[in-house]
Write a protein that binds this ligand. Sequence first.
Ligand code: SAM
Length: 328
Amino acid sequence: MRRAVVNSATLVYMPPEHEPVLAPELIDQLAPEPGQTAVDCTFGAGGHARQVGEAIGSSGTLVCIDRDPAAEARFERLAAEVPCQTRFIGEDYAAGLRMLSGEGIRPDMVYMDLGMSSMQVDARERGFSYSYDAPLDMRMDTRQEFSAADLLNEWPESRIAQALRRYGEERYASGIAREIVRRRPLQSTAELVAAVKAGMPASARFGGGHPAKRTFQAIRIAVNGELDSLEAALPAAWAMLPTGGRFAAISFHSLEDRPVKQFLAARARGCVCPPELPVCACGREPEAELLTRRAIAPGAQEMAVNPRSKSAHLRAAVKIAGATEARA
Ligand SMILES: C[S@@+](CC[C@H](N)C(=O)[O-])C[C@H]1O[C@@H](n2cnc3c(N)ncnc32)[C@H](O)[C@@H]1O
């Protein structure tokens, strides 16, 4: 969504706070229609929500979830501008979806745009970025007590190393964890960057992006329990959808994309009997049709305008059977 503001002399392009990624592609997959109900699990700055809200129109309902309390004020602004009914849930999306489900809500579409918003990265004091010196925070939900400082200063070395390996796919996890523990107490992101650099061989500090990129990703995922939320939200979202309902997710790294891909593939699978069985004994029917056999990635133009979109992957599916029970 481009915005123009007038200053005294000329029209000036003001980039939005957060450029929504793969927005036309997402709308294409969700195919929102007037009167439908949509759940946006990751409201952010509402770039996607705005487009969905406009498409479902005055008879539609848009529920927006975000666990960052700062998102609520942005939601209020959007709610005044879109034609549809709106509602905000300031919770983790897994909890928000369970709440909606408990109310008997059966949305026509549920979608999520995972990870952090540009506003979160750019708010220096929140400590998400290795580019600014800031307190070790990294909480998406600022009401949460547990922060990056708690993790880095209290977790045992082996647990930090495991988190760096699991959530950052960091090769030098053991060395970095050792340095973190040796330098305790760590108080700032600059101190964390210094520990990361000291914990890896000098040759590994050059080329391949910022040396602390994987560590920051890992700590952020661990502080916010991001993958646990995703694992809990996928079956909750799917169970709410009626037949014909659509689910879509935009992920930014393989740790997010893999569970989405596996979850949707499992729902799209029919019979799982061993091939040696002459007839099907499992009776399992597919309950999803994949709308994206391969994930949709941004085109060169989007990547040039919005470099943050580079690693984005969009996957979507439509529910084709009436089953409401999530399968393991
Ligand atoms: C990439 S941004 C979404 C941007 C949004 N689609 C837009 O167009 O502006 C991700 C947002 O999801 C929120 N978020 C991430 N994980 C969440 C979770 N488990 N529960 C609720 N909100 C979450 C973050 O706080 C952030 O605001």
